[in-house]
Ligand binder design. Structure first.
Ligand SMILES: [Zn+2]
Length: 131
């Protein structure tokens, strides 16, 4: 795979997973419910959940993004308002939890794409990127 086609493949995979579609065929859905990754693509059969713990990377991604969001929110509120620490916690905690819930499916889909791109570049026999 040439560097140019590698970049094009990564972009295609990223676009597909951000649309919550299968990274291989772009037609099947990654999720079977809210933040619940389907076992496999119903269109092409690509296995999304290969082993227990395969989504651990998405958990770390969600945690990191949530911490960055929380820090930015706390800094913004600290700058705008003169609140006590308790009010800070009461105001920011629900927003951070809502961000976590909203970002979790995004990070799960991104992680499916990362695993697929890794397999594609590793030339695994079950991988066949379809245009
Ligand atoms: Zn598929």
């Amino acid at each position: 795979m040439s560097p140019r086609s590698k970049l094009a493949a990564r972009r295609l995979i990223l676009a597909r997973v951000l649309a919550r579609r299968c990274p291989q065929c772009g037609r099947g859905w990654i999720f079977q419910g809210y933040a619940r990754v389907a076992p496999a693509c119903k269109r092409c059969g690509l296995v999304f959940r290969r082993e227990p713990g395969a989504q651990t990377g998405s958990m770390y991604l969600t945690a990191a993004a949530s911490e960055i969001f929380a820090a930015a929110l706390i800094f913004l509120f600290w700058w705008l308002f003169d609140w006590t620490p308790l009010v800070f916690v009461l105001a920011t905690a629900p927003l951070v939890l809502a961000f976590c819930a909203a970002f979790l499916p995004v990070s799960q889909a991104l992680w499916v794409g990362v695993e697929y791109a890794t397999d594609l570049e590793g030339r695994e026999p079950w991988v066949e990127l379809r245009e």
